[in-house]
Design a protein around this ligand. Structure first.
Ligand code: ADQ
Length: 475
């Protein structure tokens, strides 16, 4: 293949944004853009769990992109997705060993589905294909494809955090999983801290060695490159959709509801309903803020949009109940006929409507306990009105914190501190809001979603430098 140009791109992810999918989020749009630039194939699960064996995969072509999807049997889906991916890996990767629910049966299901993916995909691959695998559902895929003789370049992007070795060690079979990552040529992570976690694992637990330029030599002598390549958004597209969304009926209704007396300001939070997002802490801090800031009572409402996810996993059902109770308690304490402190909504909205909500808000609350990146933080900034921008309140435990110095930072474990930060954000004067927003927006424009995907694919095509080869004794 040679050079810097990918010949054909094959994207593999758990879910595929097929042409019929209602809306493509940021990552899906980025994958579609990459695939249509060079032509390619997108392979993944169809979203259907069927009784008995899944039949052959389904293939559809749209322009230069072929979409290949496979069903999964109900048992495989249960063990792989609800089981190992969501009950073992997700909590582990989010620094919650206490919530890791491991079973050998689920782990075997994870391996089985990855093998099924490899076997289904292999006949559709051509020599010279570059393969880009997304996220923790599919870590073993490269190794399984290599066992089948597939030789092309393979890259992996992890959308979650990667915790340090001492947390990884909690997972039975952690070594096999971390070794499977080294079967890729490139592993992309959001932050330098996650890269350090990878390198430290290799060094401390797997006999690996750090080389220059992000390369690592594994205990068995393989070279793998590990880089911090933070995912981003398309700030210009978001800005223009947000400006237009002001006329969107949902956004208009929200504004009319809030500003009946033209005085109530909006704080907004948008998250999948997930324990990693720090929602109970956020509600508690908002209640504490109202306790301690009587001057803001009646003047700020928090709109929390949190569509339910993973309802087959008990921790998620508990969380939903807990939040309903907390919102009820704050509202019971403070509501009056013309003001509801917390509006808690369990549904999804089209992204353009969300961007309208962000723009209508004077404060964005992004307060996860842990988050790989958190795209809502970036979307919130991109959606602001440059003349009157809202303030981003951001957890230092979101990957996004590394790139968003001008946010108001909080520690979600410090409820008083979070309550103070809310007051500070709401009281911030216009010159300071503008100064902070301009710096944040300028950085988003310099490293947007297109820069991200191009940087990943360029790095994937780059061979090790002579210096790296020399340090391995190959040259
Ligand atoms: P998520 O955990 O899903 O992603 P996030 O980065 O915030 O978290 O992305 C959520 C996306 O879904 C955003 O684009 C947001 O606009 C959208 N969304 C959220 N609520 C919605 C709603 N009610 N209706 C419609 N859309 C909604 C994982 C990792 C993150 C990482 C991303 C990308 O957990 O840390 O940033 O992948 O790598």
């Amino acid at each position: 293949m040679g050079g810097c140009l990918v010949s054909r791109l094959v994207v593999v992810s758990n879910r595929v944004a097929t042409p019929k999918a209602a809306q493509a989020g940021g990552l899906a749009s980025a994958m579609l853009a990459a695939l249509s630039e060079v032509g390619g194939l997108w392979f993944g699960w169809s979203g259907k769990a069927v009784a008995g064996d899944p039949g052959p995969p389904k293939e559809e072509t749209d322009g230069r992109i072929t979409f290949l999807t496979t069903d999964l049997s109900k048992t495989d889906f249960e063990d792989y997705y609800n089981g190992f991916a969501n009950r073992s890996l997700w909590p582990l990767l989010h620094f919650r060993p206490d919530l890791v629910d491991y079973s050998k049966q689920n782990y075997q299901g994870y391996q089985r589905v990855n093998r099924h993916f490899a076997r289904t995909l292999a006949p559709h691959l051509r020599d010279g294909d570059t393969i880009w695998v997304q996220d923790f559902h599919l870590i073993p895929l490269a190794g399984l494809l290599r066992e089948m003789g597939i030789a092309g370049r393979m890259g992996f992007f992890l959308h979650t955090p990667l915790p340090p070795p001492d947390i990884m060690r909690v997972l039975p079979g952690h070594r096999a999983l971390m070794d499977a990552l080294t079967e890729y040529d490139l592993v992309g992570l959001h932050t330098n801290a996650y890269v350090r976690a990878f390198v430290n694992y290799q060094r401390d637990l797997a006999g690996g060695q750090k080389l220059p330029d992000g390369w690592v030599r594994t205990g068995s002598g393989r070279l793998v490159r590990v880089l911090a390549l933070p995912i981003s958004v398309d700030p210009d597209a978001i800005a223009s959709q947000a400006a237009k969304a002001v006329n969107n009926p949902s956004v208009k209704r929200l504004r009319a509801g809030l500003t009946a007396e033209d005085r109530i300001r909006l704080a907004v939070g948008v998250d999948r309903l997930d324990y990693s997002k720090g929602l109970p802490e956020r509600f508690e801090a908002f209640g504490r803020f109202l306790d301690r800031s009587p001057q803001h009572r009646g003047l700020v409402s928090l709109l929390q949009i949190a569509p339910t996810s993973r309802e087959d996993v008990p921790a998620y059902i508990e969380l939903r109940g807990q939040l309903e109770q907390q919102a009820g308690a704050v509202n019971g304490r403070y509501s009056d006929p013309s003001w509801t402190p917390i509006r808690y909504v369990n549904r999804t909205y089209p992204q353009s409507t969300l961007f309208g909500f962000y723009r209508a808000a004077c404060m964005g609350l992004v307060t996860p306990l842990r988050d790989g990146m958190n795209l809502v933080a970036k979307e919130f900034v991109a959606a602001q009105d440059p003349d009157d921008p809202g303030v981003l309140v951001l957890s230092t435990f979101a990957g996004a914190a590394d790139e968003m110095d001008e946010a108001v930072f909080i520690n979600p474990y410090d409820i008083d501190g979070m309550a103070d930060a809310m007051a500070r954000a709401l009281d911030m004067d216009l010159p300071e809001r503008r100064r902070r927003w301009s710096a944040l927006m300028a950085r988003l424009k310099r490293w947007d979603i297109t820069t991200w995907r191009r940087a990943f694919l360029a790095a994937l095509e780059e061979p090790p430098s002579p210096e790296v080869l020399r340090s391995t004794g190959v040259m």
